[in-house]
Structures are given as structure tokens and as C-alpha cells.
Design a protein around this ligand. Sequence first.
Ligand SMILES: [Zn+2]
Ligand SMILES: [Zn+2]
Ligand SMILES: [Zn+2]
Length: 280
Amino acid sequence: MPRRQILLFLLCVGPFQIAAPHNAQAQRGHTQRSQQQLAESPKRKSPIPADSIESFQLPPKTAFDKAMPRYPNAWFYVDKRLAKSYLAAVKLVTNNLRSTMRLRESYGPFDNPEGCDFEVTLEHLQPWLVREHRALQHGHAFHMRYYYSALERGKLEIVKLPTKNGERDYYRFGASVHYEVEHYNPNHADVEICPICGRTGEYADLKGNLVELVHDPLGLELVMTGKIRGQVVRFEDQSQRAVGSVDGLKEKFVVQQFLFPAQSGDRNTLRIGIVVLNHK
Ligand SMILES: [Zn+2]
Ligand SMILES: [Zn+2]
Ligand SMILES: [Zn+2]
């Protein structure tokens, strides 16, 4: 399988560089392997030498509620020594992300739960206002659903990862993250021609489901890098503060980030990002 040929990406190396998102290309395995160690980070701070998505032993989609439409595209792995329980490991990530990105958490009942445990949103980002498309104008929403209880029920919540010091246990859980027309806009969720959330730019030639191929990778880009299409996303208020990303967890943890092409088998989303938290 071409999954072995992976674009692996340890973040902090600069802009979110990824292969052109052409499914056929990814499936032919043309994506050149590129493994970059952090320039700023000595070797001892890169505990997981993973060079393949297979290292992370992702569970099958059938492990989750049938109501979940898309395979989770963001995965968090937490060194088991960092948390007293699985739920504590989940909260370690979600609480820190909530505060660093100022996320609004919702625990339901939801209009559209998609089988998740809970969800987080940010609204009114990057307003798209153009005179010739008045009826289509909209702000954007960052929207992420967390999935962990199904993994615990299936005893899939702990995996061993190879580290520089031998195998080690990690708690892990998934999230499905996307970027779209904000929820209170009549055009929610799809505006195909939007230069921000639409099938445009590097995504223009992709045929198929807009959410899997465009909204999902955009949401992943934002949570991994704080950017959309390479542009820093800022809150639309006086502060103009950057929204941020998992980068904010680096104050407390050694954070490794990986990005792999997906959209194959039961992984119906363009790319999968993996975030690993280790002891400082
Ligand atoms: Zn949504
Ligand atoms: Zn959507
Ligand atoms: Zn848009």
C-alpha cells in the first residue's frame, strides 16, 4: 500500500507544507517521503521516530458510532505517564486546547451530534464580504467533534508506540475537525466558490465531497498551525489576537505533529494529522 510512502511532517519547521491534495496522486504513492526534524529541537525532544501512519495503529471506522459520517482527521496521543486515567488524558488535551484557542465547548443535546462525545466551535472568523456575491457573504466557523468513549468501550484507547527508549503506552483519541460557513449564516455550511472555505485554490480540482476534501483539511490546518491556506487566522475583535493551534500546548509538553495523506479505505477525509504529547 502506498500508505508507507508518506508525507511526514514534524511541525515547527515553518509553514504547513504538504503535498498537493490530489487523491490519485496520493494513491499512486507519488508523495515523496520527507521527514524533517525540528531545527530548534534537539533529538532527545523527538521521542516518536514514526515514519508511517501505520505506526499509530489507527482503529477502523467501525469502532465508532454509525452516526459518525467521516473518519476522524485529527488524533491526539498522550504519554500515559502524563495522566491518571483515559478521561484525564482527554481533558489534558481538550482543556488546554480550549484555553489556548478560546474554544466554546458544547455537550449537547446537539442538532447534529454525528456520534461525538462533545464538540467545540469558534464562529465569525475571516468574514468574506464581496459586493458581487452579496447573498453568499459569510463568516467562518472552526468546528471540531471529539470521539473518545467509543474507543474506551472497544478497548482501543491505549496503544504502544515505538519511542527512542523502547515501546511506551499512549492514551489516544480522535477528533473530526472542519472549517466552513458559520452556523448562523443561511448559507451554512457550503459555499463552493468561497476563496476561504470553498473548492478553490489548491483544492479547486478535487472532485467529490466538499467536507471530506476541503472543509476537513482546512480545519486540520487551523488546529495544527493556526492558519487557513497559509494565512494566520485572527479573532475579529479589537485585539486581532491570533486564534492559535496545538502550538499553544508546547508551553507544557513536548509536542510532535505529523501529517499524512488519507482518503483511502475507510478513512474518508483528505488528510490525517497526529499530535503526540510527551513529557517536557
Ligand atoms: Zn460543522
Ligand atoms: Zn461542515
Ligand atoms: Zn467561506
